[in-house]
Ligand binder design. Structure first.
Ligand code: ITT
Length: 199
């Protein structure tokens, strides 16, 4: 039984591989099967974008595929960058570092604290079949100075209040105990097994 991890983001892929590593299935990446696919994420919701990615990868590979659409929602910015988290920047070719700097620039005139949460929706698609969804959230707070070198994206400026550490100061195992992605993928586990068993 094979599950294709339908993402081009290495940070996400590593986390999902660790979260599902104990299941009795083979996790394959697009690179493993020589598949390069860049899906236009023009849906209006996380669920729509996750579905677009999962279906495109499932149809291109013939494998049951799992995609993740996720984002950071900052209260003071009315939920931005949200769906646009991966592309949130004023300049083309921006890196994760540029996007964190841009977010902090936009927050500068707002009084602290800056509550925020990460959201993740995962979509599971079987070629020619129906799509199943699961979701997870993780609350926290944006801080003005980067801390930690682990993780990816906005992790260095996302504080997990109960631990007093940023996501980038957590090991992957620690992040995988509480993150939005961990919650969504954990909720998806029975759906994955049912789909792979043809149910
Ligand atoms: P794929 O579409 O190929 O999966 P992507 O990075 O484009 O990769 P998204 O469209 O779902 O994925 O964008 C999610 C963005 O939200 C991601 O690039 C980060 O900037 C941010 N993000 C999501 N989860 C995160 C996490 O766990 N830690 C830090 N930032 C995260």
């Amino acid at each position: 039984m094979k599950l294709l991890l339908a993402t081009n983001n290495k940070g996400k892929r590593d986390e999902i591989q660790s979260l599902l590593g104990d299941l009795d299935i083979e996790l394959v990446t697009p690179a493993d099967i020589g598949l390069a696919l860049d899906v236009a994420e023009d849906g209006a919701t996380y669920a729509e974008n996750a579905t677009l990615k999962a279906v495109a990868f499932a149809e291109a590979s013939g494998l049951v595929s799992m995609a993740d659409d996720s984002g950071l929602e900052v209260d003071a910015l009315g939920g931005q960058p949200g769906l646009h988290s991966a592309r949130y920047s004023a300049k083309p070719g921006a890196t994760d570092t540029d996007r964190r700097a841009y977010l902090l620039e936009n927050l500068r005139d707002h009084p602290r604290p800056w509550p925020a949460h990460f959201h993740c929706t995962v979509a599971l698609a079987k070629p020619g079949g129906k799509v199943r969804l699961a979701e997870g959230n993780c609350p926290g707070e944006i801080i003005p100075t980067e801390r930690g070198n682990n993780g990816f994206g906005y992790d260095p400026i996302f504080l997990v209040p109960e631990l007093g550490r940023t996501m980038a100061e957590l090991t992957m195992d620690e992040k995988n105990r509480l993150s939005h992605r961990a919650r969504a993928v954990t909720a998806a586990r029975p759906l994955i097994m049912a789909l792979l068993r043809g149910k």
